[in-house]
Design a protein around this ligand. Structure first.
Ligand SMILES: [Zn+2]
Length: 221
């Protein structure tokens, strides 16, 4: 908790630290942890407190395992320079695999969508992660996404089909429509996942059978 934070929240944290019998120094450590946890997406002050209490009461090894996992992921994992998904080697496992079909690229919003599609075992081509979707509400435009990289991957002429697999929600549809307009003049076949996915849903939460069928039954745009 920085000295610029709301005094009301600061005193609430202090009160909890006191309840744990923490010294002044410990209290700052706990506030720092609450502050860092509270910055994580989807973690509000209540959840931050729950996680902090869990870590405090957990065996040292368990808490240190978490801190080591965070340090390791920052040291070892980076974004693949070809597809922008996660990679531990020079390029990700999929881009580096000789057994993948290099004539098809499946375009998704986030790296977690690659995992969702891989779980279906219905797709054997390559991926391209945009790093988000077009969303005027959140101030995200086409220039904020990895679109130039996608276009340059098509320049070799090896790729015959691009599957637009952004989520079936408003932003995902807007992004797919924008990309289709950019890609079609390049003479590449552009397809979209078949309907059947829950509208407004998230690929990540689609069951594997539904998502697998949506890939197999994809339609031309
Ligand atoms: Zn890659």
């Amino acid at each position: 908790m920085s000295e610029f934070s709301s005094p009301r929240i600061a005193s609430a944290h202090e009160h909890e630290a006191d309840a744990l019998g923490a010294s002044a120094e410990d209290r700052r450590a706990l506030e720092r942890l609450l502050d860092e946890l509270g910055r994580l997406p989807g973690v509000g002050p209540k959840s931050a407190q729950r996680i902090a209490y869990h870590l405090l009461s957990a065996p040292d090894e368990e808490a240190l395992r978490l801190s080591k996992a965070i340090a390791d992921v920052k040291r070892l994992v980076h974004f693949c320079p070809i597809c922008n998904s996660y990679a531990t080697g020079e390029v990700c496992e999929i881009c580096g695999s000789p057994s993948r079909d290099r004539t098809t690229i499946c375009v998704v919003g986030e790296p977690k969508d690659v995992s969702a599609i891989e779980r279906t075992h219905a797709y054997h081509g390559l991926y391209h992660v945009l790093g988000g979707v077009i969303s005027p509400r959140d101030g995200v435009g086409p220039d904020d996404l990895h679109i130039v990289g996608l276009l340059s991957r098509l320049a070799s002429g090896e790729v015959g089909e691009v599957i637009l697999a952004t989520n079936p929600d408003v932003e995902g549809e807007v992004t797919a429509t924008y990309l289709a307009r950019q890609l079609k003049p390049l003479g590449v076949e552009v397809t979209r996942l078949a309907s059947g996915l829950p509208v407004g849903g998230d690929l990540e939460y689609a069951d594997e059978v539904t998502l697998g069928r949506a890939i197999e039954a994809r339609r031309s745009l």
